[in-house]
Design a protein around this ligand. Structure first.
Ligand code: MG
Length: 292
């Protein structure tokens, strides 16, 4: 299944995404279970563990109810997680991305964080921070979305805690990243975390072999596969959850493959008006536009 956060007029909530319709899950739960239900976004839906009951929804019957089933073309997709509890990122996690920097693959995951309130959704503008950076770069990444909370999760149990997967663009101000001793500032400017378009549930997606690509103005810049990951998803869940408890809606962004703008000759930075399409096979395309 595909979870999303939809907007229809002023109405924003968690949705079940299909080609033809987006089901308003708050309305669907109200109609099915006869109890008021409100899900502010897909993350709120996950944190209420309402997804356990998704199988009980009669989608064929609900499809006829216009308060529940909205035509997909009448809906704007927002970031599935409007404000995740944590955005945990992994640096240097693709063999080819380490190689393009002439670096040895790390012996342990290199972790950093992005601020949680900088997430934007499909179609939203990536704002190049005027006067602060003119070296803004993209990084297409597979985002792991936690469903069941856990602390010190062994890798063998990792999949019991993963709800699904989404696309993250780990936008980075390279001049700021290089100038600081750590990466939080350069990775956390407002709008620097495009996410979406949907979360695909774990039963429908294999994180060990998915094509991952990024295009700028239709020019292919990144073209790889998650099979090139140095530290795989179960390993990362174990490693990260050994530090702090993972909560529903937390995102682990697993790192980017080769082909970022910084290592092109000469480097090519994101400009106002550039169209950035981040794509992972089986999830979709996350499109954003640079702006000033
Ligand atoms: Mg990254």
């Amino acid at each position: 299944m595909r979870l999303c956060t939809f907007q229809n007029g002023h109405r924003v909530g968690a949705g079940l995404y299909t080609e033809s319709h987006v089901y308003d899950l708050g309305q669907a739960f109200f109609k099915t279970f006869k109890r008021p239900a409100k899900f502010k976004d897909a993350g709120d839906f996950l944190s209420q563990t309402a997804w356990d009951k998704l199988g009980e929804l009669d989608l064929l019957a609900l499809k006829k109810d216009r308060t529940v089933a909205l035509a997909t073309e009448d809906v704007r997709l927002r970031a599935p997680l409007l404000r995740p509890p944590k955005i945990i990122c992994v640096g240097l996690n693709y063999k080819a991305h380490a190689a393009e920097q002439k670096l040895e693959p790390p012996k342990a995951p290199l972790l950093f964080a992005k601020a949680a309130n900088i997430v934007i959704g499909p179609g939203d503008a990536i704002e190049i921070p005027r006067g602060v950076s003119d070296q803004v770069d993209y990084e297409c990444e597979l985002g792991v979305v936690i469903g069941t909370p856990g602390f010190r999760i062994p890798r063998g149990a990792a999949f019991e805690h993963i709800f699904g997967y989404t696309i993250v663009n780990d936008v980075t101000a390279r001049d700021v990243q290089r100038g600081d001793k750590q990466w939080f500032r350069g990775k956390s400017f407002s709008t620097f975390c495009p996410m979406g378009p949907v979360i695909v549930s774990a039963d429908e997606f294999d994180p060990a072999k998915a094509a991952i690509k990024l295009r700028v103005n239709d020019e292919l810049r990144q073209d790889s596969n998650t099979s090139d990951l140095i530290f795989n998803v179960p390993f990362l869940v174990e490693y990260v959850s050994a530090i702090f408890p993972l909560e529903a809606g937390d995102v682990i962004s697993t790192g980017t493959p080769g082909g970022v703008g910084m290592f092109m000759t000469p480097p090519r930075w994101l400009k106002a008006g550039d169209r950035v399409d981040a794509e992972i096979a089986g999830i979709g395309i996350l499109n954003n536009v640079g702006s000033r």
